[in-house]
Design a protein around this ligand. Structure first.
Ligand SMILES: [Zn+2]
Ligand SMILES: [Zn+2]
Length: 263
């Protein structure tokens, strides 16, 4: 089963789209502006959207996508997230002010979208894959996900400053690839701490939880276009340190829109 990167940027610019991954044909993880990479036909095939959290860069395309494909769909789109994230959608998006209340339209018995809460540790079967909800620590309630197909687990940190239980679970899973954020450069390390994101040095601190050199690649995501070059240079400098603070040779990969994983 394929996972396709639709967007992995921390902000927008030409060619840069915010977080969204297409899992197989029918599942989305996050609904950032990357969703705009899909054709109408591809969008109409999506039955489930798993959200890491309520921040705009991860939900921006959800109301627009619903509007785009509403008349093509026979059944409601299922949105799955923490209860707090679903409450935020009800209060601040589908509130008949920012956007029509698609949880009650076109009629309450058969709406365009239904909302389904999950909790950390839950495993949801979705088509050919199983999606496990992993803990994250962010400015609002947030999670990461492990998507397990026949060939291993693809793990996404979501927005986070790191969570010990996330790493504990990673050490148990058959991880094939880890996608982890590094949203801020070192110049904004304090802002990263306050907004509960990672910077290059705090990423290294988190990777120490792996204990030994992992057998899977680590892909960096969620850099803002204006900071991507600085963050890349800072991570490269960290990779080249002789006495490596992480305890093993660090090799990182850069996630790009259009990348695909097979799991
Ligand atoms: Zn966020
Ligand atoms: Zn974000």
């Amino acid at each position: 089963m394929k996972i396709r990167v639709l967007g992995c940027s921390g902000a927008i610019a030409r060619g840069c789209h915010t977080t969204s991954f297409l899992v197989g044909d029918s599942v989305l993880i996050d609904a950032g502006t990357g969703v705009g990479q899909l054709t109408l036909e591809e969008m109409a095939r999506i039955d489930d959207v798993f959200l890491t959290h309520a921040h705009l860069d991860h939900i921006a395309a959800l109301p627009l996508m619903l509007d785009a494909v509403a008349k093509w769909r026979q059944s409601p789109l299922r949105v799955r997230a923490l209860p707090q994230t679903l409450d935020a959608l009800r209060q601040h998006v589908f509130n008949d002010i920012i956007w029509p209340d698609f949880t009650r339209l076109p009629n309450p018995a058969r709406p365009f979208v239904t909302l389904h809460p999950f909790a950390c540790g839950d495993v949801v079967s979705c088509g050919p894959c199983q999606i496990e909800v992993l803990p994250a620590d962010h400015a609002v309630p947030a999670v990461g996900f492990s998507v397990e197909g026949g060939q291993g687990a693809w793990v996404f940190s979501g927005d986070t400053c790191g969570h010990p239980a996330f790493w504990e679970r990673i050490r148990q899973l058959p991880v094939k690839a880890l996608v982890i954020e590094t949203a801020f450069g070192e110049a904004e390390h304090e802002l990263a701490v306050r907004s509960r994101h990672l910077s290059p040095t705090s990423l290294i601190e988190q990777l120490r939880h792996l204990g030994t050199q992992p057998a899977f690649p680590i892909h960096i995501t969620h850099t803002k276009p204006s900071e991507t070059a600085d963050i890349a240079a800072q991570l490269q400098a960290l990779e080249q340190q002789a006495e490596h603070p992480v305890g093993w040779p660090l090799t990182l990969q850069w996630l790009a829109s259009g990348d695909e994983f097979e799991i």
